[in-house]
Design a protein around this ligand. Structure first.
Ligand SMILES: [Zn+2]
Length: 283
């Protein structure tokens, strides 16, 4: 007449502890698998409008560090137009930070860092890098990378969107090898369509690779910290890909005129209001 004795609670008692443990282990494993595998199929499902809002919320005006002069912006807009058919979906900015880097961020934002412009020897070099980053945007890699890096929290809005840690995570987002290849392919196609020589990009990757090969570990760490080489493995294969894309006898045009290139390169120096430096406690 008495009810059966209860040890753990309804479901576990009914199944028995051993079986119940197996069931819960299975459920946990399924959840972990979904979180790990979801970026590939989840990222393309996120509407562009949501991604745009997320980008605005995460990046904002980058703490006032976007450089702005009429002629510099015009040169940057021209370069972007030549590399992409729908430049109105993109927001390309030069960030006043002396770091050799460029990143694609959610919502079609692409940042070129001033350090990259100072190191670049020609607008063709910048064109190759910019087209690569646009490739990450167009192939929808950005949300994939973020989802892998931060998990679903980034979409559900459950993480603290302020301060240095978010910026650090954004800048240290890496892509898979396949994504990098896709972005390189995108870059080569865009350069070809714009009639810009891929030699510039090849030279640039070559120089980065030789810098990265420094034996002085401390130097190397300082240089590669949050830099282009830390997020973009520079293989010989990659440099050759760009070198081999050169079509002999082509009448390539420089990506920008000498004047435009000068305006773009010196935009941050000419902008009197722009905030300088890092200041996002990067470690
Ligand atoms: Zn990349």
């Amino acid at each position: 007449m008495l009810p059966a004795s209860k040890t753990y609670g309804g479901l576990i008692d009914r199944l028995g502890l051993g079986k119940a443990s197996l069931v819960f282990a299975g459920i946990s494993a399924a959840i972990v698998a979904v979180v790990l595998l979801s970026p590939q199929w989840l990222a393309p499902l996120i509407p562009s409008s949501v991604e745009r809002e997320l980008g605005d919320a995460l990046v904002g005006d980058f703490g006032g560090r976007f450089c702005d002069t009429p002629k510099g912006k015009a040169a940057l807009a021209k370069l972007t137009r030549s590399l992409d058919d729908n430049p109105q979906d993109l927001q390309v900015e030069v960030a006043n930070i002396d770091m050799l880097n460029a990143v694609a961020l959610p919502g079609g934002k692409v940042l070129l860092f001033q350090g990259l412009l100072s190191q670049a020897k020609s607008p063709d070099e910048v064109a190759g890098v910019l087209a690569h980053e646009i490739g990450h945007v167009r192939e929808r890699h950005v949300m994939q990378g973020l989802l892998r890096q931060m998990g679903l929290a980034v979409v559900l809005g459950g993480f603290d969107g302020s301060g240095g840690s978010t910026i650090n995570s954004l800048l240290s987002t890496t892509y898979t090898r396949d994504s990098e290849r896709e972005a390189d392919d995108h870059s080569l196609k865009a350069l070809k369509q714009a009639n810009i020589s891929p030699v510039g990009a090849a030279d640039f990757f070559n120089r980065l690779a030789s810098m990265d090969g420094s034996r002085d570990l401390k130097d190397r760490q300082a240089r590669t910290m949050a830099s282009y080489t830390s997020s973009h493995p520079l293989s010989d294969e990659r440099r050759k890909l760009f070198e081999n894309a050169v079509v002999k006898g082509s009448a390539y045009k420089p990506a920008l005129t000498a004047d435009e290139w000068q305006e773009l390169k010196t935009m941050c120096a000419q902008d009197k209001d722009v905030k300088a430096g890092w200041g996002f406690d990067i470690e």
